[in-house]
Design a protein around this ligand. Structure first.
Ligand SMILES: C[S@@+](CC[C@H](N)C(=O)[O-])C[C@H]1O[C@@H](n2cnc3c(N)ncnc32)[C@H](O)[C@@H]1O
Length: 332
């Protein structure tokens, strides 16, 4: 896929300089409004001169009822790559809201502070700021996603961040999803994002946008409650052994499309990663990822479908009993 080529290239060459559009930030964050009241937000991979995260939170400060906005700007060590981080020193900004009543974050209302180091999110200076934060919101460097997530977990932070769906398959990330510590947000339209960048775009002409790269498979990762996570996936297919073959190396059936999950199968089912977009932990539990009992990739008649997540429907009996109206015929 064209977009995936971009991502692989980004990972390989650590091409992390692409910037999130304001419209994509607005589309996701509108679902989290109630979480921000009275909170300190940290955007810790964000040059305020180009970051739309800074724009979103500074202009929306009063509307969201924020307590404080902190933005840190990394001074890139790699001068060969396209980078807006060309100032001599790494800085961090602090904004405590509009003071002069014009409802705009004026330069004199934004405190500029200088780091001693380079503003790396892992540096002790940045970690001190992380400790102050209630919610971290950004699009971090994809090449450092594992470390970035590990740090959020270590400091027990709430977050909404952009990442690639491939990260779900990382051995450090999947257990967090399985154990309902993190989940996917609402996501990008069509599962692909256009990011502002000067990297060469390999998207097809019809999906190319000037000054942008298209990256398919991007998503939002969060540990904040959202409505979507509690909506049932409506199932309409029924099980039959022809359409849903059993794996050679695990007692589970293979399901090729999330919408084809049979409504009447109580055992374990292998579903594509995209299932996680519809995952409601009250409806399903996640059992295992990718491997069968022999620790090899799940296979049907010797062939491995693309990575599968093994899931099981949670018993619905209690729910249905509770929901059943009491009539003269069924009352006890
Ligand atoms: C994918 S870009 C997104 C930028 C911005 N958050 C946005 O969404 O517009 C990731 C940013 O992280 C910065 N970065 C790279 N390594 C970093 C590090 N170790 N610590 C902090 N920021 C870093 C890059 O310079 C880059 O601007």
């Amino acid at each position: 896929m064209a977009g995936n080529k971009n991502l692989h290239a980004a990972n390989k060459a650590k091409k992390d300089e692409f910037y999130t559009q304001l419209s994509d930030i607005e589309n996701e964050l509108k679902h989290y409004k109630e979480h921000f009241k009275g909170k300190t937000v940290l955007c810790n991979c964000d040059d305020p001169r180009v970051s739309n995260f800074f724009h979103y939170f500074s202009y929306g400060f009063e509307h969201l009822g924020l307590k404080k906005l902190i933005t840190t700007c990394y001074k890139s060590q790699n001068r060969d790559l396209f980078s807006k981080n060309d100032s001599e020193r790494a800085i961090w900004l602090e904004y405590n809201g509009d003071k002069n009543g014009n409802r705009v974050p004026d330069p004199e209302e934004i405190g500029i502070n200088y780091f001693k180091g380079d503003g790396d999110f892992r540096s002790s200076e940045c970690i001190e700021l992380l400790k102050q934060a209630d919610i971290v919101v950004t699009n971090p460097p994809f090449s450092l996603f594992r470390e970035y997530m590990a740090q959020l977990m270590e400091y027990n932070k709430k977050f909404i961040i952009v990442g690639h769906q491939n990260a779900i398959t990382y051995k450090e990330i999947f257990p967090l999803i399985k154990n309902n510590k993190i989940w996917l947000g609402y996501g990008f339209k069509g599962g692909a994002g256009h990011f502002i960048s000067s990297y060469e775009d390999v998207a097809t002409a019809s999906s190319h946008k000037e000054g942008m790269i298209r990256v398919s498979g991007v998503n939002w990762f969060t540990n904040l409650e959202i409505k979507k996570r509690h909506e049932d996936l409506i199932l309409y297919k029924t099980y039959n052994p022809e359409d849903y073959p059993t794996y050679d190396n695990y007692d589970a059936i293979n399901v090729d499309k999330t919408s084809d999950i049979p409504m009447d199968y109580d055992g374990v089912m292998g579903v594509p990663i995209t299932f996680l977009d519809k995952y409601n932990p009250e409806q399903f539990e996640i059992v295992k990822f990718r491997k069968g009992n022999d620790d090899k990739d799940l296979a049907v008649n010797g062939k491995c479908p693309y990575f599968r997540i093994l899931i099981r429907r949670k018993p619905q009996l209690e729910y249905h009993l509770a929901a059943e109206p009491q009539t003269p015929f069924n009352s006890k």
